[in-house]
Ligand binder design. Structure first.
Ligand code: 3HC
Length: 696
């Protein structure tokens, strides 16, 4: 029995492959050993290669080990090797498993080749062995999209030989005794599922088309498909060589660096320097929400999905009915799409209680306010819930811009008040921006971070300022998008340029989706803070004044049909031209490059201020916000990482050019950006604590 023991996830870090080789050699030599079981110690089989090693290789270190000798050693063993899988066999983990002669697993195990999510492809024979076990179509799909496959599907596909009921090790030993002494197949010699070029052509064409559509702009999915295709055309050894070439190109790409940054970033944001791991958290067993609108309903779904009963309160029966109907429709759509069965829908639905009064709020462990963005209304609601909530109840506001401290001051317990800024649609978007007020207790923050995980969200801690991390930055991005339209770019040209850059959608289409009235309401709330003489966008307010709120009213920047398919509206072009003329704005042709630079660098410049002020703990926190809340392409790593890849000197030069054209109020470079650019550093390297210690 060989047990892999490299907690927490048994990654194939230096030492582990050597250990496997040693185990196999010992077994080979020992006449009493007739079969080998390879199993993971702790919570999982092998979660893959050690991702931290990749950065070392790309920065010039010689790779410490390649996996091929280990895999060949296993595969060439004269004694059958049984891979016993629980948890996950991902990436290099599945590649190790496929070099074994048999694979058995518990029912809860998952297998997969998720390398593309890190911008690389399987690099230890995954593209060559997987089609030999699972067939070309399944292998191409798994390598191109990286999604995990559950044990039952893996069994059906031929990746697994058996699912073990009960204890894995007992089952594995029994299985091993059954096959001991028998001549076993080598996966690399099994060619019967590789098909022929004529049968494979439509399979590869379809998966490539799907990859181009759903993994827009990414190179690894297409490279992974090339790798699988090589398995069908070349002898095994040549296929491995082709895979190695493709792997190397991907590994050295900026895309891969960006995706690996995103992988570790998602885990780094959970670590908050002044809140140690063991900080006490409140147990959240019951939730209550004020407001059954789009956000309130979406948030309620999150709680119900996590099995937490939730009350949703609104002021009119009509509003409640509308909110509940939307929730029901969303759930029914998920059932139609096969995401979960009707029984799960009913279970979740039964956890949501709509009502007009506060009855039951006194039992809630968390109360979430999700009403319109108006300070007076929010303060009134917090004063009300303060009277009802039990001690130890977390009071969260879903505000996207307003001052958490001012909201908290409407209560007698500001230490329990925190921002939980969900992103629309709240049941889909993974980001939860957690906003810390000056009085917010550490336990409340720790509870919120833990809750985010439970709700299947990525929680990012932000400081309190207007718009926090996400919306403070998006304000600058949206501002520039609108200025560009006023200066001569068409609405479609602006959206198209940013879509091509990789954003999930263009900024103006995004405004229509979120509702233009939301920004309108916020602008009115903050009108008194506007600096006289500084240019502000003009068209969005005009659209709202004529009832064009976006998708919800069937028109905004675009016109929408009943299915919410957008089309260009010439009336909007006329309005834009009129507004620009009234304001004396010179219209001109604007290239796509300028559209991208003006909008993305506006994000970066504001991000730099947010970082220096400590609103974001680290640059990666900003990146994670943008990747999970605003559709920023993960393969560009987030706005701050992207700026690092362009080079902060280059970014600064452009921003200075914009400053000279559009004035310092809008474009004065952030002091941090200047400092880092001048000293040849990156946002990623910035450590505020070290810098302030040095300054002191
Ligand atoms: N290498 C190095 N560290 C890893 C790792 C890996 N492959 N997988 C996870 N970790 C680390 C995480 O960074 C985290 O560290 P931290 O505690 O310091 O933040 C810790 O292990 C625990 O990870 P999670 O918090 O993600 O734990 P979960 O239980 O939520 O998830 C998991 C476990 C599903 C295995 C998830 O970690 C995961 O998906 N990992 C990545 C798997 C992967 O991409 N494998 C392929 C690697 S590339 C490869 O194998 C190339 C090959 O073809 C040659």
């Amino acid at each position: 029995m060989i047990t892999i023991n490299n907690p927490p996830v048994n990654a194939l870090s230096p030492g582990v492959p050597e250990g496997i080789i040693e185990g196999i050699e010992t077994a080979e030599k020992d006449p009493d050993v007739r079969a080998v079981v390879l199993i993971g110690g702790g919570r999982t089989f092998i979660a893959g290669a050690d991702i931290r090693e990749f950065g070392k290789v790309t920065s010039g270190e010689k790779p410490r080990f390649t996996l091929h000798p280990v895999l060949n050693k296993i595969e060439d063993s004269r004694k059958p090797v049984v891979m016993a899988i629980h948890g996950t066999a991902f990436g290099g983990g599945l590649e190790v498993a496929m070099a074994g002669h048999y694979r058995i697993a518990v029912g809860s195990a998952q297998v997969g080749q998720p390398e593309v999510k890190l911008g690389i492809i399987p690099g230890a024979g995954g593209t060559q062995r997987l089609p030999r076990l699972a067939g070309v179509a399944k292998a191409a799909e798994m390598c191109a999209f990286g999604e995990p496959v559950d044990a039952r599907s893996a069994l059906a596909a031929g990746i697994l030989d058996k699912i073990v009921e009960g204890d894995l090790l007992t089952g594995a030993l029994e299985f091993a005794r059954g096959v001991a002494g028998r001549l076993a197949y080598k996966t690399r010699e099994r060619n019967e599922k590789l098909g022929d070029p004529t049968a494979n052509a439509p399979i590869f064409a379809a998966v490539r088309e799907n990859a181009r559509k759903t993994r827009r702009g990414q190179m690894a999915p297409l490279a992974a498909i090339d790798g699988v295709e090589a398995a069908t055309r070349l002898p095994f050894a040549d296929g491995i060589a082709r895979e190695a070439e493709l792997f190397r190109v991907c590994l050295f790409s900026v895309q891969s660096k960006a995706l690996i940054h995103a992988f570790f970033g998602e885990r780094a944001v959970a670590k908050i320097p002044d809140i140690p791991k063991g900080t006490k958290t409140y147990d959240i067993k019951r939730a209550a929400i004020v407001g059954a609108g789009t956000m309130g309903g979406g948030i309620a779904m999150n709680y119900a999905n996590a099995g937490i009963p939730v009350i949703v309160k609104d002021t009119t029966q009509d509003a409640l009915n509308r909110g509940m109907a939307t929730i029901r429709k969303n759930y029914e759509n998920s059932v139609k799409k096969g995401r979960f069965p009707q029984a799960v829908l009913e279970q979740r639905w039964a956890l949501i209680t709509p009502q007009l009064r506060y009855a039951g709020f006194e039992q809630a462990d968390i109360i979430v306010e999700a009403v319109f963005e108006g300070m007076a209304l929010k303060r009134q609601i917090f004063a009300e819930i303060d009277k009802i909530a039990k001690p130890g109840c977390v009071l969260a506001s879903n505000t996207s811009t307003l001052d958490i401290d001012e909201i908290a001051s409407a209560t007698t317990r500001p230490e329990m008040v925190i921002g939980h800024h969900f992103f629309s649609p709240a049941n889909v978007m993974r980001l939860l921006e957690i906003v810390r007020g000056k009085a917010t207790g550490k336990e409340v923050i720790a509870t919120s971070m833990a809750l985010a995980k439970k709700l299947n969200k990525v929680g990012v801690l932000a400081g309190n300022c207007r718009g926090f991390i996400g919306n403070r930055m998006i304000h600058c991005y949206g501002r520039e998008a609108q200025f560009l339209v006023e200066e001569g770019a068409s609405v479609e040209a602006v959206d198209h340029a940013l879509y091509e850059f990789g954003m999930a959608m263009g900024p103006l289409a995004m405004g229509d989706l979120a509702g233009l009235d939301v920004g309108w309401r916020i602008r009115k709330e903050f009108k008194h803070l506007e600096k006289p003489g500084v240019r502000v966008p003009l068209v969005a307010d005009r659209l709202c004044e004529i009832g064009r709120y976006g998708q919800k009213t069937g028109m905004g920047w675009y016109l929408y049909d009943a299915n919410r398919t957008p089309s260009w509206d010439p009336d909007v072009a006329v309005l834009i031209e009129k507004v620009a003329k009234e304001a004396g704005i010179q219209r001109r042709t604007i290239p796509a490059e300028e559209i991208v630079e003006r909008t993305i660098y506006a994000l970066v410049n504001e991000g730099a201020k947010i970082l220096e002020e400590g609103i974001a703990l680290r640059a990666v926190d900003i990146d994670v916000v943008y990747l999970n809340g605003y559709g920023f392409p993960a393969w560009r790593g987030g706005p701050m990482f992207y700026a690092d890849t362009i080079g902060l000197k280059n970014v600064l030069a452009k921003i200075e050019e914009f400053e000279s054209k559009h004035g310092p109020d809008l474009w004065a470079p952030a002091p941090l950006l200047k400092r880092l650019a001048e000293s040849g550093k990156t946002f990623e390297s910035f450590d505020r604590d070290k810098e302030s210690a040095a300054g002191a």
